[in-house]
Design a binder for this molecule. Structure first.
Ligand SMILES: [Zn+2]
Length: 280
């Protein structure tokens, strides 16, 4: 059985809470070794730390997400710094830039209820501070970017970056920027949402990304895999939305192996190496 690594998910998010025992059993069954569990704001950080003590496969990652950065506390950076100093294996994320949440999302979308949405300028400042921290501690940074690829490249070039590299999670940027990001230390994670017909262009990128920079993720419990690729359905959330089960990582590996035209075993060995290089 191949050894699997999930480069980006959120095991601590509410929709997964009632199913934790079943999920942990399924993850052991599919051969999951480690999963990077990303905190998106200060309240989530201690929850992830506690979960990581219970579930040995969790690699904790702490950050302030661009959607949450307008709600950060006055002490957020000092809290993050001391957390990294105390937890030598923790990574940084998820952090980044999101223009869509500023001018694309519907104002009554329940996902932004109670959030003060920061300007792209403010998001950039918070992102830069966290990238500098990642560089100082040499910890992998997991980056979320929506409709802000030019600004992302600008900041990455102008800021010190972690020597171990950084992850552009669920990469959805332009094909022609891959070389720029790769030269700066980028890794790219594939997920099953990219199999949706409307993402054909993004999916095509995963034919070209260098093998030594590839990773695989679920982003669970966010959006479930494209229709036909959800092998681990969970009961719908109370609001009726579908939940992505973290064990779909096995389906994602199989899909990426097919896309790259390599045996699953070969891909799994490569991803294991890449994961270890980045997340150490
Ligand atoms: Zn995420």
């Amino acid at each position: 059985m191949p050894r699997l690594y999930d480069a980006h998910q959120h095991f601590h998010f509410d929709p997964l809470t009632p199913h934790r025992a079943r999920i942990a059993a399924d993850l052991a069954h599919v051969g999951l070794q480690r999963a990077v569990v990303n905190g998106t704001n200060e309240e989530e950080w201690p929850i992830i730390e506690a979960l990581a003590a219970d579930y040995r496969w969790i690699l904790p990652s702490y950050g302030v997400h661009p959607w949450d950065c307008g709600n950060r506390s006055a002490n957020w950076l000092a809290t993050l710094r001391s957390r990294l100093a105390n937890e030598p294996h923790a990574a940084i994320g998820e952090i980044g830039l999101d223009r869509w949440v500023i001018d694309g999302i519907k104002p009554d979308d329940p996902r932004i209820a109670g959030l003060h949405i920061a300007s792209l300028h403010e998001q950039g400042e918070v992102f830069t501070e966290q990238l500098e921290l990642a560089a100082e501690f040499n910890r992998a940074a997991s980056i979320h970017c929506v409709q802000a690829w030019g600004k992302l490249l600008e900041i990455l070039k102008a800021t010190s970056r972690p020597a171990c590299g950084f992850l552009l999670h669920g990469y959805s940027g332009p094909a022609e920027m891959i070389k720029n990001f790769t030269d700066l230390g980028a890794y790219y994670s594939f997920n099953l949402q990219l199999l949706e017909a409307r993402h054909a262009e993004r999916l095509n990128n995963f034919h070209h990304i260098p093998a030594h920079r590839l990773l695989v993720e679920t982003d669970a419990p966010a959006k479930p895999p494209a229709p036909g690729s959800n092998r681990f359905p969970l009961p719908a959330a109370p609001d009726g939305s579908a939940i992505n089960h973290p064990a779909n990582i096995a389906v994602a590996y199989a899909a990426l192996a097919e896309i790259r035209g390599v045996p699953l075993e070969t891909l799994a060995v490569q991803i294991e190496q890449n994961f270890r290089h980045l997340f150490r």
